[in-house]
Ligand binder design. Structure first.
Ligand SMILES: Cc1cc2nc3c(=O)[nH]c(=O)nc-3n(C[C@H](O)[C@H](O)[C@H](O)COP(=O)(O)O)c2cc1C
Length: 124
């Protein structure tokens, strides 16, 4: 789908939607129409035809600029053409406010977790 259209949307999903993340991870779009099979609700993006899922706390709209194949996976690089985010989910400095957003964090196998603590480590 990405290869054909030359565009995609990266959806940052909350832990509440981890079940959907797991479902779409468990099959390929070449075998099944995931939007149809999992009754995925979408909203239109502003700069690409690819839809936005319901409901990310942030998303990037992207146009493909490169594609590399590695074995049975393809790696796509995209130029970000639009970004939207839920205001309440972020602090002014761009970091996530974990009181208001809870990213779905995949930790392997069929396990997901939520971030519960933040640490500050200066880069220099
Ligand atoms: C949470 C999550 C975990 C995944 N883990 C793996 C993995 O361990 N190994 C792998 O090859 N692909 C992994 N994938 C990728 C998907 O299983 C798979 O590549 C994708 O569903 C293929 O869909 P497509 O053919 O429609 O692009 C993961 C995806 C998600 C969202």
């Amino acid at each position: 789908m990405i290869a054909d259209s030359g565009e995609f949307v990266i959806n940052f999903m909350p832990a509440e939607n981890a079940d959907l993340v797991a479902k779409v991870a468990g099959c390929s779009g070449s075998d099944v129409d995931k939007f149809d099979a999992f009754e995925i609700q979408t909203t239109p993006a502003s700069t690409v035809e690819a839809p936005v899922l319901s409901a990310p706390y942030a998303f990037y709209e992207c146009k493909t600029i490169d594609r590399q194949s590695y074995g049975d996976h393809d790696l796509f690089a995209g130029r970000v053409t639009a970004v939207q985010w839920e205001e309440s989910a972020f602090f002014k400095d761009g970091t996530i406010d974990l009181e208001h957003a809870s990213p779905a964090l995949y930790i392997g196998e069929d396990q997901y977790t939520r971030a519960s603590q933040t640490f500050h480590h200066p880069r220099n």
